[in-house]
Design a protein around this ligand. Structure first.
Ligand code: DMJ
Length: 436
C-alpha cells in the first residue's frame, strides 16, 4: 500500500538521523554526520515530530518528546526568526494541538519569549535575526525580508490563543498594521522593507523571499475562524491575488508565475518554491465569490500541472529549483533540487478539492523518483544538479516535516485534517483553527 511505503520512507529518514545526527539540526547522509544550521535545537526532531505522531510511529515520537522536554533555549546563537518560527515554534504548537501534552506548549512559550526582542523596532517590523541568549537583534543587510517578516502571524497568534498571553499576538499584529499602511493597490510588495524607514525595494516574487508572506495573509484569516476580527487579512490577500494575476504568463503549453523587476518589468523566471501557489488558491477558493473562485481554481489547476511538469520533464523526474525563459522556451536556471515540498503540497490540496485520482498518480511518481534517486543508505539527499544526477549531502528537516507528510496525507482518508478545522503552517505543521 502506498501509505505504508511513505511511512517506511519516513522511518528510513528518521532512523538515519537518529543514528548519525541525533540532537543536531540536520543529517548529512553521505558523510554520516550532523550539522547545526538552526542553532543546534534539534530542528529535524521538532520538525518531524507531528509527522511521526500522524503516522503512528509512537516509539520514535516518545523519544522525540523526551528530547524536547530537555531543551534549553538559552543558547548564545543568532537564529533566523522566520526559520525558527515556522520549523521549531510551529512544530511545537502543532504537536501540542495533536497531543494536548503541556510540555510542548511550555517549550513553545519559552522559545517565543526569546524571539520577541526581534520585534523591538520603531515600526514593529521585526529584524530577521535574534540571539537567543542576549536578545540582540539585527538584519544581515539593512532591510528585513518580506517573507520573513510576514510569515510569523499564524504561530504567534496561535500561541496567544493557547496561553492567553496577548504579547505574542500584539507583536505580530503591530508589524501587520504597519504593512497595512503601506500596502500597495495591487497587493504586491517588494521583497525588502527597511524596518526603520519603511523604504521598500527590489523585485516582487511569489518565489523565495516573497512567497509565504502572501500565504500567511490568507492563513491568518483562516486560523482566526474567518471572523470580522481577521477580515482585513482576507481583504489584503484578495488584493494580492489580483496582483498575482498580472504575473501569470503562458509559455506554451504551460502557465507560469513570473517575477517583477524593481523597474516594473516582468522577469520570466519561476522557482519551484512558487509551486505553493495552487495550494493557497485552493484554500482561498472556498470562500470566494463565484467569479473569483473560478479564476482561482483555474489558475490552481494550471499551475499544478506546470509544477508537476517541472518534475516530469527532468531526466531523473525530480524538479530543478529555478526555471527561466530563454526567448524560446522555459529552461533550467538553477539545476539543484533540495527535496522541497511545494509541488506535493499543491497536489495534496488539488486532490482534497477534486478527488481526481490523477493527482494521486502524480504524487506517486514524484515519490518513486525520490525513492530511486534521493534515497541513500543513510537517509535521503538532494541533488546538486538534476541534469547530471549529482547528489548533495543534506537531508533537509522539511523533507520529514512537509514532503513526506503531504505524501502520507495524499494516500490517507480525506477527513483527517479538514480545512475548516485545521490550517497547515508554511512548514506543514497542522494548527487548530480557533475563531477570534
Ligand atoms: C520550508 O521551510 C517552508 O516550506 C518554507 O515556506 C519555504 N522553504 C522550505 C521548503 O522549501
Amino acid at each position: 500500500q502506498r501509505r505504508e511505503r511513505v511511512r517506511a520512507a519516513m522511518l528510513h529518514a528518521w532512523t538515519s538521523y537518529e543514528k548519525f545526527a541525533w540532537g543536531e539540526d540536520e543529517l548529512q547522509p553521505l558523510t554520516k554526520n550532523g550539522v547545526n544550521s538552526f542553532g543546534g535545537l534539534g530542528a529535524t526532531i521538532i520538525d518531524a515530530m507531528d509527522t511521526l505522531y500522524i503516522m503512528g510511529l509512537h516509539t520514535q515520537f516518545q523519544k522525540a518528546r523526551t528530547f524536547v522536554a530537555g531543551l534549553n533555549f538559552n543558547i548564545n546563537y543568532e537564529v533566523n526568526l522566520f526559520e525558527t518560527t515556522v520549523r521549531i515554534l510551529g512544530g511545537l504548537i502543532s504537536t501540542y494541538d495533536l497531543t494536548k501534552d503541556d510540555i510542548f506548549l511550555t517549550k513553545a512559550r519559552q522559545l517565543a519569549d526569546r524571539l520577541l526582542p526581534a520585534f523591538n523596532t520603531e515600526t514593529g517590523i521585526p529584524y530577521g535575526r535574534v540571539n537567543l541568549a542576549s536578545g540582540e537583534a539585527r538584519n544581515l543587510v539593512g532591510a528585513s525580508v518580506l517573507a520573513e517578516l510576514g510569515t510569523l502571524q499564524v504561530e504567534f497568534i496561535a500561541l496567544s490563543q493557547r496561553t492567553g498571553l496577548q504579547k505574542y499576538r500584539i507583536k505580530v499584529e503591530t508589524a501587520m498594521r504597519t504593512i497595512q499602511k503601506i500596502f500597495p493597490k495591487d497587493g504586491l510588495l517588494p521583497v525588502y522593507i527597511d524596518p526603520h524607514t519603511l523604504q521598500r525595494y527590489d523585485k516582487v516574487t511569489f518565489g523565495g523571499t516573497g512567497d509565504s508572506f502572501y500565504e500567511y495573509l490568507l492563513k491568518t484569516w483562516v486560523l482566526g475562524g474567518k471572523t470580522q476580527a481577521v477580515q482585513g487579512y482576507r481583504q489584503m490577500w484578495e488584493r494580492s491575488m489580483d496582483g498575482l494575476m498580472t504575473l501569470i504568463k503562458k509559455k506554451a503549453p504551460y502557465y507560469y508565475v513570473f517575477e517583477r523587476n524593481s523597474n516594473g518589468d516582468l522577469f520570466p523566471k519561476m522557482e519551484e518554491l512558487a509551486c505553493f501557489v495552487p495550494a493557497m488558491l485552493v484554500l482561498g477558493s472556498y470562500d470566494a465569490s463565484a467569479q473569483k473562485k473560478n479564476q482561482y481554481l483555474w489558475l490552481a489547476q494550471q499551475l499544478t500541472t506546470t509544477c508537476y511538469n517541472f518534475f516530469y520533464s527532468s531526466p531523473i523526474r525530480i524538479a530543478a529549483d529555478t526555471y527561466i525563459y530563454n526567448g524560446k522556451e522555459m529552461t533550467i536556471q538553477d539545476p539543484k533540487n533540495i527535496m522541497r515540498p511545494e509541488t506535493l503540497e499543491s497536489i495534496f490540496y488539488m486532490w482534497q478539492l477534486t478527488n481526481n485520482k490523477a493527482y494521486r498518480e502524480w504524487g506517486w511518481n514524484i515519490f518513486l523518483a525520490y525513492e530511486k534517486y534521493s534515497r541513500v543508505e543513510n537517509g535521503y539527499v538532494g541533488h546538486v544538479d538534476v541534469t547530471t544526477g549529482k547528489k548533495d549531502n543534506k537531508m533537509q528537516s522539511y523533507f520529514l516535516a512537509e514532503t513526506l507528510k503531504y505524501l502520507f496525507l495524499l494516500y490517507s482518508s480525506s477527513d483527517n485534517f479538514p480545512f475548516n478545522q485545521w490550517v497547515f503552517n508554511t512548514e506543514a505543521h497542522p494548527i487548530k483553527i480557533i475563531p477570534r
